[in-house]
Design a protein. Structure first.
Lengths: 498, 321
């Protein structure tokens, strides 16, 4: 099927400041009517690839060839004009307008009166589009009345109306039920028949093997290879997604485990975290792995009192401490290092000192600040954690990612605690800072504390954890001893194929 | 530590410098055209005029840094001053009348704060609606008549140290100092900055958001009440429209003083100079016999200009970072 090449990508590279690029020299060709499935672990570079193709971010190097022209970077409007459409979940549609209005948004059909919109003509044409694709949606319905699957279909219709030739779908089935998944699969096949090229990104390998013509495997930002579907099998794909250089693994010092200190019983947030129970021993680093969206972050949030829980309790040393809000959690000796420091931890324009001392001032300070003590504590922590600052009066947002993360962690090290919840502790952090954060976690463990570590970074999970809890669709489906387990085994558990 | 100090001062210095330069230019220009500008009497007049604004702007500084706005303070000054004046007219002891007036302003501010928290609405919008509420109550209470208290309660407004330094200006300096202390040296001040720069992060660091926001509004209300008292004593009469427009001047002064509209940053010294600049401009326009209608235009444009400057410096800051 040597049909026309609609998109050629060559040497695409993107770094975000960290040492390893998020995407490194990725090349491929996409032909009309081809379904290219992109697979890889969390953080393999799939999202980055989408962002580059849709024009959301500009690549550091490489080029994209579309309709005969070669671009070193795209802006979203340009990508759309060149026929590249990205289908996101639940966004990009205007809820208060009808299905037809949304399809024609920005290019309305004018009525005779010039400034009016010919709603009737728009609806008729929208209906034709929808019928051709066998999609059962009323074009005059308001978008807010549609299900998320219907909205997704609508986005596809809209993209086709705008004459898209390349559709990018990012985890399109992750929030769909079984029937909806089936009909999406059918729709993708239909698109293929009409010569539309599809870039399909999914964790679900059974989908990949059902609809993919070619499979592009990414690992750590690099292209492992591209295969025709019939050249490979599931095992080969999984093996290629994981398995990597031993240098990526950190060799941590082992700490003897003590008695059970933390007990989590029946944590429940219906639809998000389903009845999760586990224990953590003194000196243990308990890793939690799973796909993004499996409820890991939300579980940590529940333990920290960030979200209301429907049921469940948390005991530390046999004492029931289940916090109702972060304030209570902090007072009960629970610490949360959040996944997104910019959003949840940093006071960007404020000084390093203020950022470090914030919890200390709340916990042990009086109404009037002890500035000298604050400065002393900050200086000590800056030295201890090797935080590179020009001055502790510097705004925290002007530090590098790794130093920001260390400064944020520092605020939790002034007062003693029992349970440390680390959510993606080394995300966007360079290798040096990574090691220091690992050392710190081991130090907590050695002091008999309990550490819970959520990580999407396989080597991190495997090198740091004493045991690993696997979360899938809100449940903790398995807890395994971290002794000689293979990445491949974990990935299978994450995805749910045995 | 030494290096910190210096870095802080140089930023501050440049800000002062800019405002000072502008002020000097305006003063020199006005003085050249109308020499009465530099008379002691006029200088004292400026100081008196900026006292009330300074107290209101100090409260606004706290609110804006914390990411909130209260544009109903003009209306609550009107209501508070009317209540005080009516009580004084009825020969209530001054202390009680003042206490009642300050309580009214406090309640107004808490009303705005509580509504904004309860209904998760921006305080800007809530306070916009509250203007009508407060002014309406004042109109009802006074039946839209002017409440004059001539000959009563003039001491506060007319007292001058050494015959030149107005008591109310000294009072406003005390308020600047108190707010400055709060922002710089108190835990509550840290919460102002923390909540203003990242409310979510403040919550996760164990800071009670709603309780503290209510505190900020309470402090603002208290200061508004003090401003109303000062204004009443100086003017000797109150009506529902008393104080209207001061909210915009106060916000303008805060923003000119370098506190960005989106909070998380800012210092009281900036507000001090912003207020002074406002006072000088207002006085200069009078001295130059500019039509009062055009004065409104000037202040409106000045506030837009200060927002523009703030937006541009934010952008530059981001580009540098």
């Amino acid at each position: 099927m040597p049909s026309e090449v609609v998109l050629a990508v060559s040497g695409l590279t993107k770094s975000y400041g960290a040492q390893r690029p998020a995407l490194s020299e990725v090349s491929f060709e996409l032909r009309a009517g081809e379904v290219l499935c992109v697979v890889g672990e969390n953080g393999a570079g799939k999202s980055t690839l989408i962002k580059l193709l849709s024009g959301a971010v500009a690549p550091g190097a490489g080029s994209m060839t579309l309709r005969g022209a070669t671009f070193s970077a795209l802006v979203p409007r340009q990508a759309m004009a060149l026929g590249v459409a990205t289908i996101y979940q639940d966004v990009e549609l205007i809820d208060s307008l009808t299905v037809a209005d949304n399809i024609f948004l920005g290019a309305e059909r004018p009525a005779a009166a010039g400034f009016m919109v010919d709603a009737r003509a728009q609806e008729a044409e929208a209906r034709r589009h929808l019928e051709q694709l066998h999609i059962d949606i009323d074009p005059s319905a308001l978008v807010e009345t549609l299900s998320s699957a219907q909205k997704q279909n609508l986005q596809i219709v809209k993209a086709l109306h705008q004459e898209a030739r390349v559709l990018i779908m990012d985890e399109p089935t992750s929030s769909l039920g079984y029937e909806e998944k089936r009909s999406l699969m059918a729709l993708v096949k239909e698109l293929k028949g009409r010569g539309i090229a599809v870039i399909y990104i999914s964790h679900y390998l059974e989908e990949v093997f059902e609809i993919g013509d070619t499979i592009l495997i990414l690992k750590d930002g690099e292209r492992v290879g591209t295969w025709r579907r019939d050249e490979v099998d599931v095992d080969f794909v999984i093996r290629s997604m994981v398995g990597r250089d031993a240098s990526l693994f950190y060799r941590r010092e082992k700490v003897a485990l003590g008695a059970v200190r933390v007990e989590v019983k029946g944590m429940l947030w219906p639809g998000v975290v389903e009845d999760v129970s586990f224990e953590i021993h003194a000196g243990e680093i308990f890793g939690i792995g799973g796909l993004v969206g499996s409820g890991r972050t939300e579980l940590a949030g529940l333990l920290y009192g960030m979200y209301p829980r429907a049921a469940g309790e948390l005991c530390i040393d046999g004492r029931r401490v289940t916090p109702r809000n972060p304030q209570e959690a902090i007072r009960s000796g629970i610490r949360l290092i959040t996944e997104d420091r910019r959003k949840f931890a940093m006071f960007g324009p404020r000084s390093v000192t203020e950022n470090v001392a914030i919890v200390h001032n709340e916990l042990s300070g009086g109404p009037v600040l002890a500035l000298a003590e604050e400065a002393r504590i900050t200086d000590r922590l800056v030295a201890q954690l090797h935080i590179a600052v020009a001055s502790t009066a510097q705004a925290i947002e002007s530090l590098s990612g790794g130093n920001q993360q260390k400064a944020v962690i520092a605020r939790w090290m002034i007062e003693d605690a029992d349970l440390y919840l680390f959510d993606e502790p080394t995300k966007g952090v360079d290798v040096g800072a990574k090691e220091e954060i690992y050392k710190l976690m081991v130090e907590f463990a050695r002091a008999g504390k309990c550490v819970l570590m959520i990580s999407s970074d396989m080597p991190e999970l495997l090198s740091m954890s004493d045991r690993i809890g696997v979360m899938r669709a809100g449940r903790m489906v398995k807890v395994v001893e971290n002794a000689g387990i293979a990445e491949q085994f974990l990935i299978k558990e994450f995805i749910g194929i045995s | 530590m030494g290096r910190e100090r210096k870095a802080g001062l140089s930023i501050l210095g440049s800000q002062w410098f800019l405002l000072l330069i502008v002020m000097v230019i305006i003063a020199a220009g006005t003085g050249a055209i109308n020499p009465r500008f530099f008379r002691v009497n006029n200088i004292v007049n400026i100081l008196e005029q900026v006292s009330t604004l300074g107290v209101v702007a100090s409260g606004a500084t706290i609110l804006i840094i914390s990411g909130n706005f209260d544009i109903s303070v003009g209306a609550s000054i009107g209501l508070s001053a009317c209540v005080m004046a009516m009580l004084m007219k009825a020969d209530t002891p001054y202390a009680w009348a003042i206490a009642a007036g300050i309580a009214v302003a406090l309640l107004c501010s808490l009303f705005v704060g509580a509504s904004s928290i309860l209904f998760r609405a921006p305080s800007f919008i809530i306070s916009l609606a509250a203007i009508g509420v407060f002014r309406g109550i004042a109109l009802f209470l006074t039946q839209a008549t002017l409440q004059t208290i001539y000959g009563k309660f003039e001491g506060l407004g007319s007292m001058r140290f050494f015959g030149v330094l107005p008591l109310i200006f000294v009072l406003s300096l005390a308020v600047y100092a108190a707010v400055g202390f709060l922002l710089r040296y108190s835990r509550l001040g840290r919460r102002v900055y923390a909540i203003g720069s990242n409310e979510r992060a403040a919550y996760l660091a164990g800071i009670g958001i709603n309780f503290n926001k209510m505190l900020f509004f309470a402090i603002d209300g208290l200061l508004v009440g003090i401003a109303a008292t000062m204004l009443l004593s100086r003017v000797g009469a109150a009506q529902p429209a008393t104080g209207s427009g001061i909210e915009l001047q106060a916000i303008g002064a805060v923003v000119i003083g370098g506190t960005p509209m989106n909070g998380g940053k800012g210092r009281i010294v900036g507000t001090f100079f912003g207020v002074l600049l406002m006072g000088v401009i207002s006085n200069a326009l009078n001295m130059l016999q500019v039509s009062p209608y055009f004065q409104d235009v000037t202040f409106g444009m000045l506030i837009i200009l200060s927002v523009a400057v703030s937006a541009l410096s934010q952008k530059r800051g981001r580009a540098a970072a």
